[in-house]
Design a binder for this molecule. Structure first.
Ligand code: NAD
Ligand code: DAU
Length: 333
């Protein structure tokens, strides 16, 4: 079985590769990643020694390269994590999000179609559904109503995946997950940013009133869900993934400060994110009932272990902040 994982040097993709390489020694996994600012091969140091794993540096918008790779490797499965993933960056530079998230997806779909893969799985997000009020949950049939250039680009990609299934019979699944947390998350995202700032006695910038709600899931539980959908998901279906862990941002920030024994005076309320979604909450009944998915982590255990990890692996974040992690890449590729 040959599996192409795109964006595998990023946060979730690197966890997924580690999970698959260990669980399925008879699978061969190719990690295709452009190594943008968010791609970090340090995330995969322990995986490099596995003989069923190979890294290829490349961009999903490069059709020639993608064609060549499929011709060479004859993949059975494709899991597309590669994306520009940060909402704030999409507000400053939307073009790149359209290029990678929409055009890149379309190229992968085209080539997957040409080479007749057994399944193409698109890793999407709950943000395509837009925002919720104080009650209710996103289900797979909630309307798509994205509010940021990031989520609009992910929604555009989802619609293309759907269209390739309907028009060309490409076997597909789409997963839509809520906010992930865990080790190796790039320190522009809420949890690692706040942990690292607090460790360094820097201020913690909380947008708006801090009462926006996110539904948090440990990254390993997300990976387990993707594995299930890839192998057992019904062709053409969308599956929501979420852990029922709703917290306001200020609750998350205070939890971090408490564990690190740092004062709440580090919190600084700053200007709100434009178009800031108020609340996300995922209904993952379909995934749980159809495929038997059960998340392993409670939020209490997951957040504690995650904060411990950033404390015990300070060199990982220091290499990012100093830019050294990219110098390694320049030497190798
Ligand atoms: P990330 O930013 O940490 O990693 C993205 C990876 O994609 C990086 O390694 C980067 O180098 C690579 N990449 C970017 N552009 C590329 C291109 N043109 N060609 C090849 N590789 C490219 O992102 P993440 O948080 O790990 O998210 C992975 C996927 O999961 C994304 O599709 C995202 O939309 C989705 N998702 C993320 C979350 C979350 O909470 N982080 C939740 C739900 C869904
Ligand atoms: O819901 C899934 C999505 O979760 C993924 O699709 C995205 O790729 C991922 O980045 C994440 O998006 P969010 O915008 O929810 O995550 P972020 O970590 O950027 O922000 C989480 C919340 O914290 C959000 O309400 C904004 C707020 N925030 C964020 C940062 C970076 C702050 O208050 N201060 C900050 O400095």
């Amino acid at each position: 079985m040959k599996l192409l994982v795109t964006g595998g040097a990023g946060f979730i993709g690197s966890h997924f590769i580690r999970y698959i390489v260990k669980k399925y020694p008879d699978y061969f996994i190719v990690n295709l990643d452009a190594l943008t600012y968010a791609g970090n091969l340090e995330n995969l140091k322990d995986v490099e020694e596995y003989s069923n794993y190979k890294f290829v540096k490349g961009d999903i918008t490069n059709r020639e390269l993608i064609n060549h790779l499929f011709e060479e490797e004859k993949f059975d499965y494709v899991v597309n994590f590669a994306a520009e993933s940060h909402v704030d960056r999409s507000i400053i530079e939307p073009d790149l999000f359209i290029q990678t998230n929409i055009l890149g997806t379309q190229i992968l779909l085209d080539v997957s179609q040409t080479y007749k893969v057994q399944k193409y799985l698109q890793v999407s997000t709950d943000e395509v559904y837009g925002t919720l009020g104080e009650t209710g949950y996103f289900t797979e049939t909630s309307p798509l109503a994205p509010n940021s250039p990031y989520s609009a680009s992910k929604a555009g990609a989802d619609l293309l995946v759907r269209a390739y299934h309907e028009t060309f019979n490409l076997p597909i699944n789409i997963t839509r997950c809520s906010n992930n947390y865990g080790p190796y998350q790039f320190p522009e995202k809420l949890i690692p940013l706040m942990v690292i700032n607090a460790m360094n006695d820097k201020t913690l910038p909380v947008y708006g009133d801090g009462l926006n709600i996110r539904d948090w899931l440990h990254v390993e539980d997300h990976c387990q869900a993707i594995d299930l959908v890839l192998l057992k998901g019904r062709n053409g279906e969308v599956y929501n993934i979420g852990g029922n862990n709703e917290f306001t941002n200020i609750e998350i920030v205070k939890t971090i400060l408490k564990q690190l024994d740092k004062p709440e005076s580090l919190i600084q309320f700053v200007a709100d994110r434009p178009g800031h979604d108020r609340r996300y909450a995922i209904d993952s009944t379909k995934l749980r009932k159809e495929l038997g998915w059960i998340p392993i982590y409670t939020f209490g255990r997951g957040i504690k272990e995650t904060i411990d990890w950033y404390q015990n692996n300070r060199s990982w974040s220091e290499n990012i902040i100093s830019g050294n992690y990219q110098q390694y890449v320049e030497k190798q590729y």
